[in-house]
Design a protein around this ligand. Structure first.
Ligand code: ARG
Length: 610
């Protein structure tokens, strides 16, 4: 039985390493669940205001800054709740406002001064100086932790992201999964989740028969040693070119893969070598991006288990053998039918994914599993989840496909055939080069070494942020002018705003230590900025809830705009009144902290100067 042999081989050669990473992850999660110190939501004044209202009116609400023409400080809508309760929204809003006004100075801990209504909206007027002082002091106290909370304490999520295919360069398609997946991992962690980061490598399947064939036929060891992934990829491309002229080699490749599945040691050793080289290369890119996975189990790890699952599904009569071909097929309500085992006995991507899913829920106590994979695999995941549910593999956990749009070039999907596909390393290289040029022009005081360091941060930031600044469902493209625009809509705009605040703070001795326990403000622009800053913890929670990193990007851009408006209006260090001056200094410090923390959630660094 080939399956058994294959599994034995995998166990010997790779199981030890895989098991080590699994054990380590289990240990880390257990420790985190027991002793990780998390920040209570009550520490945040915005959450305090929210929970006091929720306790009073017994309905959930979402606090937002009101639109500019409303003079209130904050508002919430009762529209949805009223619809649910089948009540008149206007009346419900009025009742809520009356309840709040009746409690002023009591359960509202003197944070709210009054509540008014406008249709289904309740508008709140706050004790501004008190509320904003609390937010600013909290930022100063928590620093890089400001915004984090234990809202989801005790829950474990597994995020499956990046998942490149070995012996191929990471392309821009996998860039999206990598960047979105990492941001979600950060955001989940910031709300108290324990997160397992799994890289489900594409390292098994008939294509490896082709690669091994090509390697034996045309492989040049020296060239491969010099530039492994590029050479292996070229061998694979050459195979396809040859196969057009000479289709029999397809059969040869299939035979080779079959032998690999049967456990042919020589062939498998070659494959192991390709896998190793690939992972080492991938890790270089991940390191640059600041990404570290817990596990790299990959499809191959589950190739042996896949056959067992087929047996299980056959026994449960959930799948059936196609009498004419002998293949194993699945038909589940409303979904197109699909195969679990081909006619020639080999398993498929979905079979291995099914075994992976079973393993995940059996090994970890998961609240959620997120699959960060492009839109084009949406049917695959619907089929996978439906079958897994039928087999009882995801009881208790929530499995979700976190899909995203395409990467376009000139309005079209990038394609290898058209030569428009860019490799991730090349894209990063271009971005860093362009950042260097711009930095040289913008800041003549920077030395070469500084330019090197800063351009790496700015260049990577441009690529990552370009992906995350809009809803992930939308397609992205690479427009360098926009990606590196200092005026807005880019990472460098935020990084530059951060660096600007830094340079103000560096210039004044007073900025280093002195603090006030109660800040006072004067201008609308500074109240607006303080208010926005206070919302940050809530934005993180929303981004987690909706699995939408772009909510953080949108928020940061609005914050930076408010800062720039404020900066143009008032002289911060030049403010005469001492209390006002110190309040302003504390305010901009907290804005810098929020920009830094927000960008860091997206996986973008902030240089001290630009
Ligand atoms: N290697 C796959 C691809 O390139 C992505 C893997 C996604 N994860 C999964 N569990 N299917 O399309």
């Amino acid at each position: 039985m080939f399956v058994k042999t294959f599994k034995t081989f995998i166990i010997k050669v790779m199981k030890k390493e895989a098991q080590k990473s699994i054990d380590k992850t289990k240990k880390r999660i257990a420790k985190e669940l027991k002793s990780k110190k998390l920040i209570s939501l009550d520490n945040y004044v915005i959450e305090k205001i929210k929970s006091s209202i929720v306790n009073l009116i017994k309905n959930d609400i979402v606090l937002t800054p009101p639109p500019p023409h409303i003079s209130a400080d904050m508002s919430f809508s009762v529209f949805e709740v009223a619809k649910e309760l089948k009540q008149d929204p206007k009346k419900l809003a009025e009742e809520s406002a009356t309840a709040i006004n009746g409690q002023l100075g009591h359960s509202m801990s003197k944070l709210i001064e009054s509540a008014e209504t406008a249709g289904p909206y309740v508008n709140l007027f706050l004790n501004k100086n008190k509320v904003y002082s609390l937010a600013i002091l909290q930022t100063a106290k928590l620093k890089e932790k400001y915004g984090q909370s234990g809202a989801n304490a005790g829950k474990v999520a597994l995020i499956d992201y990046s998942g490149p295919n070995i012996a191929k360069p990471i392309g821009v398609g996998h860039l999206r999964s990598t960047v979105i997946g990492q941001a979600l991992a950060n955001i989940y962690e910031a709300t108290g989740y324990s997160v397992i980061k799994d890289n489900h490598l594409g390292d098994w399947g008939t294509q490896f028969g082709k690669l091994v064939y090509a390697y034996k036929q045309w492989g040049d060891k020296k060239k491969i040693a010099e530039n492994p992934i590029k050479e292996l990829n070229e061998l694979y491309i050459k195979f396809h070119e040859e196969a057009e002229k000479n289709p029999e080699i397809e059969d040869k490749a299939r035979e080779i893969f079959q032998k690999m599945e049967e456990g042919d040691k020589k062939l498998l050793n070659l494959w192991i070598k390709f896998r190793k080289i690939s992972i080492a290369e991938f890790k270089k890119t991940y390191e640059r991006l600041g990404i570290k996975f817990d596990t790299y189990l990959g499809e191959s790890y589950f190739a042996g288990e896949a056959e067992k699952i087929i047996q299980e599904a056959l026994n449960k009569k959930i799948v059936f053998e196609d009498p004419s071909t002998g293949a194993i097929a699945v038909e589940l309500g409303g979904l197109p039918s699909f195969l679990l085992r081909k006619q020639d006995g080999s398993t498929l991507y979905i079979t291995r994914d099914l075994a992976t899913l079973k393993f995940r829920t059996a090994t970890f106590k998961l609240a959620e599993i997120l699959y960060v994979v492009g839109d084009e695999q949406s049917l695959h995941f619907r089929q996978l989840f439906a079958l897994a549910r039928a087999l009882g593999y995801i009881d208790g956990a929530k499995a979700e496909h976190i899909s995203f749009g395409l990467v376009l070039s000139g309005g079209e999907k990038m394609s290898t055939r058209k030569g428009t596909l860019i490799e991730l390393e090349e894209l990063i290289k271009q971005s860093v080069e362009k950042s260097k040029e711009i930095l040289r022009q913008k800041n003549k005081d920077l030395g070469e070494k500084e330019i090197e360091e800063i351009s790496e941060i700015v260049g990577l930031g441009a690529v990552i942020y370009n992906d995350l600044r809009q809803s992930r469902q939308k397609n992205i493209s690479f427009d360098w002018n926009r990606m590196l625009d200092f005026e807005g809509g880019s990472a460098v705009y935020l990084q530059y705003t951060f660096a600007r605040i830094n340079s103000i703070l560096k210039k004044c001795p007073e900025c280093q230590g002195e603090t006030l326990t109660l800040t006072t403000f004067e201008k609308d622009s500074e109240f607006a900025l303080a208010k926005k800053m206070m919302f940050f913890p809530m934005v993180i929670l929303e981004a987690q809830k909706h699995k939408s990193p772009h909510l953080i990007a949108v928020y940061l851009e609005e914050l930076a705009q408010l800062f720039n408006h404020f900066y143009n209006e008032v002289s911060i260090i030049g403010t005469e009144d001492r209390e006002l001056r110190l309040s302003r200094i504390m305010l901009i410090k907290s804005v810098a902290t929020v920009i830094k923390n927000g960008l860091s959630l997206l996986g973008v660094k902030t240089p001290e100067k630009i």
